[in-house]
Design a protein around this ligand. Structure first.
Ligand SMILES: *Cc1c(COP(=O)(O)O)cnc(C)c1O
Length: 384
């Protein structure tokens, strides 16, 4: 059976992996080395300097390519370093169309780092593809999509956007951090680049900061590899090992994240003190059909707004939580709660934030894989 034929739950364990050449180690050793002995100048065993390549990182990169149904994986020091490499494909004068309701750090990278190099960013609600089409001109080189969006859990139709991008010869990149390849595989739907903050579900244990890109096209991979090596924001061997280990249980963790997410979303929806719950699994979610079409399940990320709540009420709830930890980040085995307006999205101006629904009382949950009953009791005592 060729590796490409393996099903997803087998790929996470075996995809791109071979026992180590030296002693047959089943897990790749952590090659904690910067350089490699050469027998004669330029004669080596495929590795010469660890910024360019390191065997543990290569093992991770192969696994990433496999689980996203791509041909090439690239691992970076963080999710934002991976995004940084994608934007460096562009030239001054180029334009990018991006999802409006976007991870705060991505927004900051676009606006505060790359705009000053003459790259122009547009932010638009991508649920209607026509809104993207309206912004396309001859300078448009990249569409940057995040779905489900953060923190409003809007769903963007990847196939429809990729058809639009293809017909205009524009690259399409998808931040697949929230969904993971367990739930959706953007390259299969026509995207050119998949990006991950592997810090989140891929690593899965809140113990590492790593980023990733996966592509199918060899010429594009070559350009990204050049930037990865030339700019140097690579991830180290220890971090590569940790993410590789995380990936091996991605499918079982995701299954539980989704089950617990469903139970908690339904609990919140029925709660008399909760005004709104944002979760794509609800039948009346505005993009529920698209979610059902392109995702295997609806994930463990949920946002909600307490009834009549303001900034202080939201803070009071998150401070009372005991099983949920109040913290930045998401996607780990432990449940986390966050307050986007003062945490992840604080770098987005209030007016911009509220346009996409990120009001001061919004609370975001990353539902972990604990016993759902304990998570519900915890929310019960905090909401009151
Ligand atoms: C965390 C996150 C990022 C940034 O990744 P880092 O690993 O923190 O640099 C980008 N996009 C999304 C959706 C994220 O959640």
């Amino acid at each position: 059976m060729s590796e490409k034929e393996l099903r997803f739950n087998s790929k996470v364990i075996h995809g791109g992996q071979k026992p180590d050449k030296a002693y047959g180690a089943v897990m790749p050793p952590i090659y904690q080395t910067s350089t490699y002995a050469q027998t004669s100048p330029g004669e080596h065993m495929g590795f010469e300097y660890s910024r360019s390549a390191n065997p543990t990182r290569t093992a991770l990169e192969n696994a990433l390519a496999s689980i996203e149904n791509g041909n090439f994986g690239l691992a970076f020091a963080s999710g934002l370093a991976a995004m940084d490499a994608v934007i460096k494909l562009l030239e001054p004068g180029d334009e990018v169309i991006s999802t409006n309701d976007l991870y705060g750090g991505s927004y900051r990278l676009f606006r505060q780092v790359f705009e000053k190099y003459g790259i122009k960013f547009h932010f638009v609600g991508m649920q209607e593809v026509s809104e993207i089409a309206a912004l396309i001109n001859s300078n448009t080189k990249l569409v940057w999509v995040e779905t489900p969006t953060n923190p409003m859990m809007n769903i963007i139709d990847l196939k429809a956007v990729s058809e639009l991008a293809k017909s205009n010869k524009i690259l399409m990149a998808v931040d697949n951090t929230f969904a993971t390849p367990y739930l959706q595989q953007p390259l299969d739907l026509g995207a050119d680049i998949v990006m991950h903050s592997a810090t989140k579900y891929l690593g899965g244990h809140s113990d590492v900061v790593v980023g990733a890109l996966v592509v199918k096209d060899a010429a594009l991979a070559e350009k990204l590899y050049f930037i990865q090596n030339a700019s140097g924001a690579v991830c180290g061997p220890m971090d590569s090992f940790l993410v590789l280990r995380g990936i091996k249980t991605l499918h079982v963790r995701m299954q539980r994240h989704c089950e617990n997410g469903k139970r908690i979303a339904e609990y919140l929806l029925a709660h008399p003190k909760i005004e709104k719950v944002y979760w794509p699994g609800f039948k009346n979610h505005p993009n529920h059909d698209v979610a059902t079409k392109q995702m295997k399940a609806y994930g463990g990320m949920i946002s909600f707004v307490p009834k009549g709540g303001n900034f202080k009420d939201a803070i009071a709830i998150v401070e009372k939580l005991k099983v949920f930890t109040l913290a930045e980040s998401l996607g780990g085995v432990e449940s986390l709660a966050g307050h986007p307006a003062s945490m992840t999205h604080a770098s987005i101006p209030k007016k911009e934030r509220e346009k996409s629904g990120v009001v001061d009382s919004l609370i975001r949950l990353s539902v972990g894989i604990e016993d759902a009953r304990d998570l519900i009791s915890d929310l019960e005592q905090a909401i009151g």
